[in-house]
Design a protein around this ligand. Structure first.
Ligand SMILES: Nc1ncnc2c1ncn2[C@@H]1O[C@H](COP(=O)(O)OP(=O)(O)OP(=O)(O)O)[C@@H](O)[C@H]1O
Ligand SMILES: [Mg+2]
Length: 221
């Protein structure tokens, strides 16, 4: 089980400008990889392509042996929902749903809301939010909202967790809490993590850093 990118390039616009050029890499089961590089180097673009949220202009990406570019949309949707979790810099919680309802959204889509409820509660407990599960997002602090968003990403117990600057909008205390949660998930659930970050200390927590410059991998260790 792995994510394998082979000769991936991505161009935007007309005339086309290269955001990624000839990237080949493999992210193995349970790995924790950070994606670093300057603003505009292609980190988010690569993350979206690795996670099937965007398509490469050239090359291909296989996840667990499946080429997602050729999968019918319905199957792709299910595959993503069951195997992948996403965390973004801004959480995109639904304003009209409370914390536990937001967490259960991915489960609701497949009528697993009830079955997943105990796990949602366990995550809330683990993230220090047990007494806040009925609050709306606007009644939670930024750090709490991000923890809810992480719980939502984890509710289906995904094999892969993709995070685009998950601590980017948080202060250092909340950033540390969120990083602690991500590391713990990687360690205990063996969830593979691919995380974009600007923070060198957080990037160093990963087993491997992939550094981008002008859309190319400059250093993979
Ligand atoms: N939808 C798009 N249309 C046109 N150009 C894009 C699009 N998305 C990204 N780009 C360009 O591709 C390049 C890489 O962008 P990307 O968002 O991947 O950078 P990044 O490394 O994530 O930067 P940051 O650290 O600022 O988030 C940039 O030059 C950007 O302007
Ligand atoms: Mg980005």
């Amino acid at each position: 089980m792995a994510i394998v990118a082979a000769h991936v390039s991505k161009r935007f616009g007309a005339p086309p400008v290269a955001a990624l050029t000839d990237i080949s890499l493999r992210i193995g089961d349970g790995e924790f990889v950070s994606l670093t590089g300057r603003s505009g180097s292609g980190k988010s673009t690569l993350l979206y392509i690795l996670s099937s949220l965007d398509l490469p202009s050239e090359g291909k990406v296989e996840i667990d042996g499946t080429d997602l570019t050729t999968m019918p949309p319905e199957d792709l949707y299910r595959f993503r929902n069951e195997r992948m979790g996403f965390i973004f810099q801004f959480h995109y919680l639904l304003a009209e749903l409370n914390a536990i309802e937001n967490i259960l959204m991915p489960a609701r889509k497949f009528r697993q809301e009830l079955a997943r409820q105990p796990y949602a509660k366990a995550l809330l407990e683990q993230f220090g939010l047990a007494d806040k599960m009925h609050r709306l997002p606007r009644q939670l602090s930024g750090g709490e909202q991000q923890r809810v968003a992480i719980a939502r990403a984890l509710i289906m117990q995904p094999r892969y967790l993709f995070a685009d600057e998950p601590t980017g909008s948080l202060d250092s205390v909340n950033g540390d809490i969120v990083m602690g949660i991500i590391r713990e998930v990687n360690r205990t659930e063996k969830t593979a993590v691919v995380m974009v970050t600007h923070d060198p200390d957080f990037a160093n927590l990963a087993q491997r850093q992939i550094r981008l410059m002008d859309g190319r991998v400059v250093q993979a260790e």
